[in-house]
Design a protein around this ligand. Structure first.
Ligand code: ATP
Ligand code: MG
Length: 575
């Protein structure tokens, strides 16, 4: 039975719809094909399904090439762009469509174009690779690596190139190089600081050892010198007196040695005053001239407006003399010694002080034989000398080193073999300017003293014996104690004592300073004299007893008596 008319019209309607849909589909497909978006299409035509294909197997590669992170470009032998992927266009900051047909070398930096032409000429079937600088359409420079190879079997020559952006890699390389350089600098700085620390620790250890030796040695000298003096007082025989004189001179030499040792150990008691270095140098000039002799020209080159520094004038002169003698020894055939002053700057921490402040620089420069590295590195060590036996003790530069460091300054050596040596001495500046301390006026030795009761506190029995005998010879009564606590017990037991002569460093946990402070508090009218073998004060004397005279061992009889006399005078005045 034929379908009803209404049904037929509905069927026709459906077929129409389907045909329209296929037409639409076909148009879309054609458009897609035209744009290259689709590689193959199956169309169901009236004579069955028909496949429109574009080499199906290449499709994944086309997608990869289009989407990959490297630029891809195919060029003709002259460099005209036949194809470029999206990344290539992005690298050159240009619309992909506009890139096709353009000469690629246009985007190569002018300086690299010849090399690029060579790359195109030589690509061949195995390919070549090189780095170039590209200039993008907006003027940006892009570093790239280009690998080019000839595409095979194309009839005519076609070159395919992969272009990799090196910007990030180059930046990373630069960052890495920067980091490396910083690391190397940090390591070098650390090495420098460590070696300075090792040097400082070595000097500190040697300093402590030296101070200890000097202290004991001074006590020995003291005992020998004291006893010699006592013998001298009684000796009549001319020959014996001469021998005694010679012995005393040997003791003076020994004392000089311990003095230098203490200077190195920074344990000398300095008497700094705010002084103009230029004045000190002008005053020392005649002495320095005599020290270097006529063969050597001495030049003073003193800067202006340098201001003052806190400096012990005697130690300063000793340091200058040591340097001048070293310079003279380094110039046996004559030469020039220049002492110059100027404003100096030191950066960074020096001896724990902020060395970046304003310093006064004293440089002592000779035209002598200079020092090889191994001498320069050890020159400040005590007893280091290159001079023949009997010529040098190796303590000259040790004194310079100790003195400058104790003054809060810094010393450095510049030296080249065959050229000469320059010693740089930095002293921190000070605001105050005053006159240097006037040297103590020599006073006549007291011939006969009023008889007094003197308490001698000294742990070294030889020294104690010398003190006692010296004091007793001129009529004093002496009470002895070998430690500070023993002395205190004596005093507290009610013995009336006019004066106390005490050593600083003693066993039993109490120093002479502490003993002196206690006596000051309880018996303010007792005269006190402090004696010291090393002036090795780990702490300076307390404020309350700063006025008490300190006698440095080895001292002579007359020095002891004078100190005691002045302490007694003082206590009488305060009573
Ligand atoms: N101006 C200089 N030129 C060349 N070498 C020097 C100079 N100053 C010092 N030296 C070297 O440094 C060493 C140590 O010097 P330092 O002054 O401490 O001792 P010394 O001169 O040998 O003996 P001392 O000074 O105790 O008589 C010297 O032996 C010398 O080798
Ligand atoms: Mg010397």
């Amino acid at each position: 039975m034929a379908p009803a008319l209404g049904d037929q019209s509905a069927i026709l309607q459906d077929e129409m719809e389907e045909l329209r849909a296929r037409l639409c589909e076909a148009e879309e497909t054609l458009e897609a094909l035209r744009l290259g978006d689709v590689d193959a299409v199956v169309v169901n035509g009236s004579d069955g399904p028909k496949v429109y294909t574009l080499q199906d197997a290449d499709r994944p590669y086309r997608i990869i090439v289009e989407r990959m992170q490297e630029g891809a470009v195919t060029l003709d032998p002259d460099g005209a762009v036949l194809y470029a992927n999206r990344r290539m266009a992005a690298l050159l900051r240009i619309d992909p469509d506009r890139l096709i047909g353009q000469p690629f070398p246009r985007f190569v930096a002018a300086g690299d174009r010849d090399r690029f032409a060579q790359l195109l000429a030589e690509s061949g079937q195995y390919g070549v690779r090189s780095e170039f600088e590209l200039r993008a359409a907006d003027g940006t420079d892009v570093s790239v690596s280009v690998s080019a190879v000839d595409l095979p079997d194309q009839g005519q020559r076609i070159i395919s190139a992969i272009v990799t952006d090196l910007t990030l890699q180059k930046q990373q390389n630069r960052d890495l190089a920067d980091m490396n350089a910083k690391l190397l600098a940090t390591m070098a700085e650390q090495e420098r600081v460590e070696s300075k620390l090792r040097e400082a620790q070595k000097m500190e250890a040697v300093g402590r050892l030296t101070a200890g030796i000097a202290h004991d040695f001074n006590n020995l000298l003291m005992a020998v010198a004291g006893n010699l003096e006592l013998i001298q007082a009684h000796a009549m025989d001319e020959r014996l007196l001469r021998r005694l004189d010679t012995s005393q001179r040997a003791i003076q030499r020994g004392a000089q040695l311990t003095y230098q040792l203490l200077a190195f150990a920074r344990r000398r008691t300095l008497h700094p005053a705010a002084l103009m270095v230029n004045d000190l140098l002008r005053e020392s000039e005649p002495l320095l001239r005599r020290a270097v002799g006529d063969e050597i020209r001495l030049v003073l080159d003193l800067g202006d407006d340098l201001g003052a520094c806190l400096i012990d004038p005697t130690e300063f002169q000793a340091a200058m003399l040591n340097l001048a003698i070293n310079a003279k020894d380094a110039m046996p055939a004559g030469g020039t010694l220049t002492i110059a002053t100027s404003e100096g700057r030191l950066d960074g921490l020096i001896n724990g002080n902020d060395g970046s402040g304003r310093q006064i620089l004293v440089s002592v420069t000779d035209t002598g034989h200079g020092m090889p590295v191994e001498v320069r590195e050890r020159a400040f060590d005590p007893f280091f000398t290159t001079k023949e036996v009997g010529k040098g003790t190796g303590l000259g530069l040790s004194q310079v080193y100790g003195f400058i460091h104790q003054s809060g300054g810094h010393v450095a050596i510049d030296s080249d073999v065959g050229v000469g040596t320059s010693m740089r001495l930095y002293f921190p500046r000070t605001a105050a300017v005053g006159a240097s301390e006037a040297p103590a006026k020599a006073r006549a030795m007291p011939a006969a003293a009023d008889a007094r009761i003197v308490l001698v506190v000294e742990d070294d029995s030889d020294v104690r014996e010398f003190l006692t005998e010296t004091l007793e010879t001129i009529g004093h009564t002496v009470i002895e104690a070998n430690t500070a606590p023993a002395a205190l017990r004596l005093l507290e037991s009610g013995v009336a004592v006019d004066a106390v002569v005490t050593d600083v460093l003693m066993p039993d946990g109490m120093s002479g300073f502490e003993l002196a402070s206690r006596i000051r508090r309880r018996m303010p009218h007792t005269a006190i004299v402090v004696t010291s073998g090393a002036a090795a004060f780990s702490a300076p004397p307390p404020e309350a007893i700063r006025d008490i005279p300190i006698l440095h061992k080895p001292f002579r009889r007359d020095e002891l008596l004078r100190a005691l006399d002045s302490a007694l005078d003082q206590s009488k005045a305060s009573a």
